[in-house]
Design a protein around this ligand. Structure first.
Ligand code: AMP
Length: 414
């Protein structure tokens, strides 16, 4: 499935392209058609699954496709950090649409409040708000949602944990009864069901069950430049404590090159890729299972299904693009409650991918120092990569300038 299958307007596809989103994640596949179809929706999905874009994309498409532009979407998030994060995604994805959004949150200084009020007066189609500040604005009559069409509650379980149940009901009392309501939550405890029954009409439900890496896996990572990876790999493979090892690379070309290099250095290694016929693959697997072959290098075709006991190290030579692939890859080690190590190499380009993996599994993976003999590696700063996305968006916008209508009225307070 691709994003084109949702029949999104071309300007939105351009935004997706510039953000580097190649294909929809499972939650996006399930939720987007329902939201486009104006259904109320309860979605059970956690951070890292692509949940934000799952509601932002169809809403942006609908706003852009309608000829009336007014404040029509309210997204409520539990914290200022999340509100800002959502706003950043809206900004990136809507870059070619000229749809404007405003984050509204408390906790800033008086100046921020003034900026938020000013931005609201100038108009926006989307408001992303934390409950407390939103109630203050509603009470003072500074924000009106008479024509609201979409209400999204993001991380609803966290909002209720933070004691916002009554605040949410209060906010909803200011909204038109006829609207589409979308509720996202990582968990579905009874108080969420109670809230849902009060505020949604005949909702559809989607669930994304995500797998978690086994407890026994010691996960580590190295932040490296691409040209440091080969030597780092050899360095790790030279450790005799690791007896049975799988190395994942992103393409079969990488598999073949690495196999050649390592054979040249006298490692017991075999490459496993789609150019081999079935009998060759079987022979390789037998050698690996019987521990005659110490190292197997392969693409993701190796990551699902093969069940070999006693693999003590998995190396992601290339960071997997899909967090679920990461979980499948590292799941090759520490099978059946045993212990194992999973090491991922992250080059500068892949830092955002790795950040997504960390958010899906809900923890920071320790970044180890690379051996001194290999020189210094880059800093781990996935937010820096946002700059690259912006640059890409900017260049693309320049290219499309004549074709597309320019972004208008973009008001986001700093
Ligand atoms: P979320 O689950 O909304 O917190 O998203 C986690 C991360 O996944 C964010 O950094 C998004 O930019 C990224 N993301 C969302 N959808 C996609 C996609 N279809 N392809 C690649 N990255 C995505």
């Amino acid at each position: 499935m691709t994003f084109k299958d949702f029949s999104f307007v071309p300007e939105l596809l351009d935004g997706l392209d510039a953000m580097g989103f190649e294909k929809p994640t499972p939650i996006q596949e399930q939720a987007i058609p329902l939201i486009l179809d104006n259904q109320d929706l309860i979605a059970c999905a956690q951070t890292g699954t692509g949940k934000t874009a799952a509601f932002v994309l169809p809403i942006l498409h609908k706003i852009f496709s309608s000829d009336k532009r007014h404040l029509n979407t309210l997204i409520i998030a539990p914290t200022r950090e999340l509100a800002l994060q959502i706003d950043q995604q809206v900004e990136g994805l809507s870059y070619f649409l000229g749809v404007s959004s405003i984050p509204v949150y408390g906790g800033g200084d008086g100046e921020t409040f003034v900026q938020q009020k000013r931005a609201l007066e100038q108009g926006a189609e989307l408001v992303i708000a934390t409950p407390g500040r939103l109630i203050a604005l509603l009470n003072s009559g500074q924000i009106k949602f008479n024509d609201l069409q979409h209400l999204v509650l993001d991380e609803a379980d966290r909002m209720l944990d933070m004691g916002f149940f009554n605040d949410i009901l209060k906010i909803i009392s200011y909204l038109p009864a006829k609207r589409q309501t979308i509720l996202f939550s990582a968990t579905m405890p009874p108080n969420i069901r109670k809230l849902a029954s009060k505020i949604l009409t005949d909702p559809k439900q989607v669930n994304i069950a995500i797998s978690k890496p086994a407890e026994g896996i010691n996960q580590q990572a190295y932040v490296v430049y691409e040209n440091q990876k080969k030597n780092l790999l050899k360095n790790i493979l030279s450790n005799p404590d690791f007896k049975s090892i799988i190395v994942f690379a992103s393409t079969k070309e990488n598999v073949k090159t690495l196999e050649k290099e390592l054979v040249y250095q006298d490692f017991e290694v075999k490459g496993f890729h789609s150019d081999l016929d079935q009998s060759e693959r079987e022979k390789i697997m037998i050698g690996f299972k019987s521990k005659k072959t110490r190292i197997l290098i392969g693409t993701d075709i190796l990551s699902r299904g093969i069940d070999v006991e006693g693999i003590d190290l998995v190396i992601n030579y290339d960071t997997p693009s899909d967090p679920e692939d990461y979980i499948h890859r590292i799941g090759r080690t520490a099978r059946a409650e045993s212990q194992g190590t999973a090491i991922t190499f992250i080059n500068e380009k892949d830092q955002r991918k790795f950040f997504r993996i960390e958010s899906l599994i809900g923890k920071d993976i320790p970044k180890l120092e690379i051996p001194e003999s290999l020189g210094k590696g880059p800093e781990y700063d996935p937010s820096k990569n946002r700059g690259d996305v912006k640059k890409k968006v900017f260049n693309k916008q320049k290219k499309n300038f004549k074709k597309r209508r320019p972004a208008e009225n973009k008001n986001t307070p700093s």
